[in-house]
Design a binder for this molecule. Structure first.
Ligand SMILES: NC(=O)c1ccc[n+]([C@@H]2O[C@H](COP(=O)([O-])OP(=O)(O)OC[C@H]3O[C@@H](n4cnc5c(N)ncnc54)[C@H](OP(=O)(O)O)[C@@H]3O)[C@@H](O)[C@H]2O)c1
Length: 330
């Protein structure tokens, strides 16, 4: 088969051996995968795949089951699926543990379905499972125009929360259209001041953070009593000073998680909850895939260049067939 391999920090369309499903795994013919920020880190050599996972990039895909490993009874050949992957999505075929398979949400094309698993699982895990965001709460989402952010804004809205998002000005209209009540241009305005102003001084119950150290003090300032900072990424500085008086005064918590490195049983639990709780919202059109562009998998390097420029909003999808007009913009 073909896959995109990484050679000297470049993405190369390569001939590689076909993967073979083991016990509890299926083989999926990949119709589409999607680009995640982590793939850029992997290409540049500072975010290697966890042990035992495929070496090619690609954290999600959609396609058709073409083989099943020993002991797999609940999936059949020809079944349309999407999947959360530990790697290997930038390929024509990928082996997937059955616990990481999801059905294709009703009404979605395979490229649309491929854009969802990583964002849906990360966002559900951080907003609902760990973050406890509730109806009537306030959510602050950093990077509201990102693949993760566009999903988080929609889920926050669907949960009944007030949603405040940060984004560069060019993305504000799209982020507002997804359901953000307030969008703050983080390049010119202080999001903590804006969050407090829009919540009558109370602050956000949950902050979905992709910046880390450089935002620690302001995230804490923007937090409501018993608020939760959910850190899923870091950019810029790697360490910061934590003001414990504010942490105690607010009885706040800070959590950091990385989905890719969680054990397979944890991923399977998250996938089950996403299938049960989130897929109905997708099928109903309450949450829509937000796809900036669809490119052929062979053009993965162009897709990385686009993501590094941050001119995209939502997801960049890569297909093994010539991209069709299969994806709707919101
Ligand atoms: N821990 C996990 O399990 C997990 C899983 C998936 C993703 N992530 C993380 O989530 C983040 C988004 O991933 P993605 O794949 O959706 O990437 P993406 O689409 O490329 O988005 C990156 C975003 O970062 C935003 N950004 C950069 N600097 C910012 C700042 N100072 N303040 C606010 N926003 C800023 C950009 O906003 P503008 O374009 O508006 O400038 C852009 O929307 C990444 O950090 C990724 O590592 C973590």
């Amino acid at each position: 088969m073909h896959a995109i391999t990484i050679q000297n920090n470049a993405l190369v369309w390569s001939d590689v051996p076909d993967p073979v499903p083991g016990p509890g795994e299926v083989l999926v013919d990949v119709a589409a995968t999607a680009v995640n920020r982590a793939d850029i880190g992997q290409r540049l050599g500072f975010y290697p795949p966890p042990p035992g996972e495929p070496e090619y990039p690609g954290l999600e895909c959609a396609g058709v089951v073409t083989a099943v490993g020993p002991g797999v009874l609940e999936h059949h050949l020809g079944e349309r699926v999407c999947a959360l992957l530990g790697g290997g999505g930038y390929a024509e075929k990928v082996v997937v543990p059955v616990g990481q398979l999801l059905p294709v949400p009703a009404g979605l094309s395979l490229p649309e379905a491929a854009s969802l698993p990583e964002a849906a699982c990360t966002v559900w895990s951080n907003l609902v499972d760990l973050g406890g965001l509730r109806d009537g709460g306030t959510l602050l989402v950093h990077g509201g125009g990102s693949g993760i952010g566009t999903f988080a804004v929609q889920l926050g809205r669907a949960l009944g929360a007030t949603v405040i998002a940060t984004a560069r000005a060019a993305k504000h209209d799209r982020v507002r259209a997804l359901g953000a009540d307030v969008v703050v241009d983080y390049t010119t305005d202080d999001f903590a001041v804006a969050t407090l102003a829009h919540t009558g001084g109370r602050g956000a119950d949950v902050v979905l953070d992709i910046v880390g150290a450089d935002y620690l003090a302001r995230n804490l300032a923007a937090l409501a009593p018993r608020g939760r900072i959910m850190t899923i990424g870091f950019q810029g500085s790697l360490s910061a000073t934590l003001d414990f008086t504010t942490l105690f005064a607010k009885q706040a918590s800070i959590t950091a998680t990385g989905l890719r490195h969680r054990p397979r049983r944890d991923k399977a639990r998250i996938v089950r909850h996403v299938t049960d709780q989130i897929w109905p919202l997708v099928a109903a059109g309450t949450i829509r895939p937000v796809i900036d562009r669809v490119l052929p998998l062979r053009a993965a390097a162009e897709a990385h260049h686009l993501m590094e420029s941050s001119s995209h909003t939502g997801k960049i999808v890569l297909t093994n067939d010539e991209p069709r007009a299969a994806c709707r913009r919101p």
